[in-house]
Every structure is written in C-alpha cells, then in structure tokens.
Ligand binder design. Sequence first.
Ligand code: SAH
Ligand code: SF4
Length: 427
Amino acid sequence: MNLHESEKAAGILRTLGYEECESEEDADLILFNTCCIRDNAERRAKGNIGAAKVFKRANPNLIIAVMGCMTQQDSAGETMAKKFPHVDIILGTNNLDKLAECVEKVRSARKRSVLIDPCATPEIHEDTPVFRTSGTNAWLNIMYGCNNFCTYCIVPYVRGRERSRTLVNVMDEFKRLIDEGYKEVTLLGQNVNSYGKDLGMKNGFARLLEEIAKINGDFRVRFMTSHPKDFNEEIADVIASSKNICNNIHLPVQSGSDKILQLMNRHYTRDYYLSLIEMIRSKMPDCGITSDIMVGFPYEDDKDFEYTLDLVNKVRYSGAFTFVYSPRKGTPAASMPQIPAEVSKRRIVELVDTQNRIVKEISKQFEGKVLRVLCEDLAPKGAGKVCGRSECGRMVTFGGDVHSIGNFYDVKIVKSQSASLFGEVVK
Ligand code: SAH
Ligand code: SF4
C-alpha cells in the first residue's frame, strides 16, 4: 500500500519536473513516506527525518516533506512540525492531492504547510498521476481504509473507514495496465474481501474477480489482504476456476488461540479459520497460503502460544510474516496488561524456527516439479540468473538474462534451499 502511495507521490512530483536521483546530497526535494503500524517503523522514520537536517544545512533550498500514516496519528502533525523545524511540508493521509500546491508554496515563498485533514470518510481521488516503479507487477488499489478495528491496530484511525472504488473505475485501470503491458496486477485493500460493501454490492470481491476473469491475455492477478471473516466459498470458486487469478491467498490468522482472537476483535475462531483452509485446499490443492502471525499480545499465556504453534503446524503456510505485538497509542490493546519483552522474544524465536522448518520441508517437495514462473528481475546473486515467482507465490531462480524479464517460463525445480527454489527452464 505504502509503496504504491509513493508511486502516486512520485507521479505528482514528476508533473512539477522532479526526477529520482541517486543520493540525498543531490536532491532538491526529499519526501518521507512513513508507516506507524509498529513502533519500530515509526522510530526508523523519525530517525531518518531528523537525520535529514544535515542535507538541509548543506543545501538550504532543499525541500523536505513528510507524508503517510505517521502524520495522521493524534496531534502527530503539530508535534512533528515543532520537533522538525527543517521539514517544510507535512501531509496527512488524505492530503496527498495537495502535494504539488505545497511544493510550489515552498519554491515561490518558502512557505511551510502542515495539512492534516480528518481521515474518517474522505472522498477518493481518482485522477492522481502514478509513476510506476514495480517492474512487471502493477499495484492497483480497489479500496481504502478499514472498518475492522482489530484492537491492536492503528490503521482504521489513520486511514479511516472502508471506501471502495467503483467497479467501473477499478476495471478501467485494470484494462489500462494490461494494455500497457504489465504481466501481473496486485489488487490492494486492507480487507479485499469486503470490497463493494460500502457501495451496496453483494459479495463484491467475487463480482470483481469474475469481471477480471473475463479478460483474456497472458497475465496474472494477485490480491492482498484477505480477512478470514469475509473470505467465502464463492470467492474461492472464482479463483479456482480462473486461469489468470493466482492460487495464492494471504490470509492472516494473527493467533491460533480463540481467547486471543476474541481479545483482538478478529471475528473468527480457530476452528472457523481451519475450516476455511480446508475449503480452499479442497478446491485448490496447490494453493499457496501465507499469513501474518503475532506473538506477545496482551494476556497471551504459554497455552495460547502453543495453540498458535499448533495451528502453524496444521496449516503449513508457504510463508508468514511474524511480528512481536507492538502497543499503538489510542488502540484498545495498548491499555491492556502487557507481556514481558523477554517472553515475547522467546516466543517469536520459536515461531520463526517452526515456520522456517515448514518452509524448508515444503521447498523440498517442489524438487523435480515444474512451476510456471513469471520472470520479474535479474537475480540478486549470480551472473546469467533471473528470478520470478510461481503462481503459488514461491520465488524461483533460473537461467536467463535481461530479455527474460516479463516472460512466463515453465521451470523445473532442481534444488531447494530454505525458502529459495532453483530451477531450469523447460519451456
Ligand atoms: N489489513 C491486514 C493487515 C494490515 S497490517 C489484515 O488485517 O490482515 C499488517 C500486519 O501487521 C497485520 O496483519 C498484523 O499481523 C501486523 N500488525 C498490525 N498492528 C500491529 C501491532 N500493533 N503490533 C504488531 N503487529 C501488528
Ligand atoms: Fe488493522 Fe485489522 Fe484493519 Fe487489518 S483488518 S488493517 S489488522 S484493523
């Protein structure tokens, strides 16, 4: 989401004549796109914004701007404006459309702007220019905001309520991207499964996928994130029956304990979640299923953590993002009793070990199999090698060169190493 928002900011800045440069020393403008989902992300952003002071000292004409979730937290804009006098522009999550105007004000009169509008139900800006930087894949927002208020999460407070783009607008952009030659489109939303609810659509995400499935061509579609409470059989059926929609579902579970899931306000139980996995695998046996999992949530005891490990062992995710719970000011969980840091640390190590072991075992099972891979880039290591993902989302390295990028290949897996697969092109 943030990456794509940076592409929008870059699109706006290019209309003013800016281009990307190699280093901060060469820059006329530095824009920080911030995230506040965890304390770590926030601390890093603050450190980098503070450190940018030296570039301004060297180049007093430099414009420094800050955007993204961090600015939208309660009174964060004013605090930042005071703490960072070298920052010229601070924009809330719904003020990106004013970026060009604010830059002009600094350029013409060195006038500072701090614009942070309430973000609860803002309108969608359809005409923002986008400068895409993501190679063969294009990101496509189908909706903004979130209604779920998971008790640990800051997103609904800084991104407002769910707003879906109309089916017509989403499909227009989708078709444009395919016409422009993108080979993969990733549909974005905090909870894509509730797409269209705010527009009065019934099972809107399944309808959208059906529309996409009608388009012919050699391309792939992925989507994220799916909330388990709104994922259903109809959505699974459309994915299973469409050639272009990847059998790859990111279905964050967060915890394997019913007690914790309830405290998190996730609106599903462990059994319900496991039944979803069973339903998905009965329709798509090769579906890559990934997850987000958290440890150290308030009241999580050893038994709860065992339930999480047990669920991970049962589901056997092909990948997982694992997090230590980080209290976010203003969210209900921040005022619950907190778990000691060393307990969370011990649990995250055990969780990561478990998940790594499973990924290694799954990787091994791919040896000898042929996967259809979209070549995305040159491999980071090894001359004459390229890499790309399989339909189920696994990264595969194989022989090729810059001309291979953007093409599909059938690749036979000859070796696996933890999460990495290595293969040879058969077609
Ligand atoms: N909308 C998506 C997730 C968006 S945030 C969903 O509901 O699945 C991405 C992930 O960050 C979450 O799934 C969660 O695992 C993690 N996360 C969110 N808030 C967090 C917090 N306060 N501490 C630690 N991890 C958090
Ligand atoms: Fe946060 Fe929950 Fe919304 Fe995801 S669904 S963005 S975790 S509140």
